[in-house]
Design a protein around this ligand. Sequence first.
Ligand SMILES: NC(=O)c1ccc[n+]([C@@H]2O[C@H](COP(=O)([O-])OP(=O)(O)OC[C@H]3O[C@@H](n4cnc5c(N)ncnc54)[C@H](O)[C@@H]3O)[C@@H](O)[C@H]2O)c1
Length: 267
Amino acid sequence: MPNGLLKGKRGIIFGALDNKSIAWKVAERCVEEGAVIVLTNAPAAMRFGEINELAKVLNCQVIPADATSTEDLENLLTQSVEILGGKLDFILHSIGMSVNVRKKKEYSDLNYEWMKTTLDVSAISFHKLMQSAMKLDAMNDWGSILALSYIAAQRVFPDYSEMADAKALLESFARSFGYHWAKKARVRVNTISQSPTVTTAGSGVKGFTDFFGYAEKMSPLGNASALACADYCVAMFSDLTRMVTMQNLFHDGGFSSMGMAPELLEE
Ligand SMILES: NC(=O)c1ccc[n+]([C@@H]2O[C@H](COP(=O)([O-])OP(=O)(O)OC[C@H]3O[C@@H](n4cnc5c(N)ncnc54)[C@H](O)[C@@H]3O)[C@@H](O)[C@H]2O)c1
């Protein structure tokens, strides 16, 4: 139910590919809560994604940007401030891609050129985004920047492969840059560590369907849905969470605190 939590706020949402994408739900919920937004995704995603349909429904503009290109990011940020009529209050980084996982390379036999691309797309892009926004002075005071992460940054999930290392770096960037953003403009920076979710990126991980069922049983509240994640993002973009920064916030139905779930032994 809309509560006007983001009334008057302006933001950029990265990563809405199709209606399963977590970013898709976040975009819908932000607009529902009164925000005006710009949608963005990699130029390639424009061709096979459905982002333009979402833009039509939400009455917002789409600006293509490869998140690994500082030139694209600077163009996106400058244009967004112009289109939205002022500096930004929030940004969602919802980007992940592993070349080695896509090409089915095992963790003990990684291709390091591909790994560089994985780290660039999935983690360094977050630093590039924050650095570009700071140089362009594109964020309003007390703004909120979020990226989406996964618990493989702390614990071993073998099939998640090099994405675990990308997420560890992503979370570290949130802490390290969070300090500088807080000092500059009281902007907060956090990562949300989300449950396994059925999306294009999620389903690309080997054994995803079985693992999704395991996590569902291991989490006392069950897996958190994309829509529930969108609600959490709205809360983190709202003025109700202004003192939360440099955190990795688990949004996982309790999974991260569990050791053993009796439900899993009953099978
Ligand atoms: N699905 C899950 O199980 C799950 C769990 C925890 C965290 N996450 C994270 O949530 C985020 C969103 O993923 P999703 O599950 O919604 O899947 P998704 O496939 O819908 O979204 C991934 C997005 O990244 C974009 N992208 C890839 N390369 C890019 C580039 N160079 N520049 C700009 N955008 C680029 C894709 O176009 C796509 O829109 C990712 O960071 C993912 O790791 C997902």
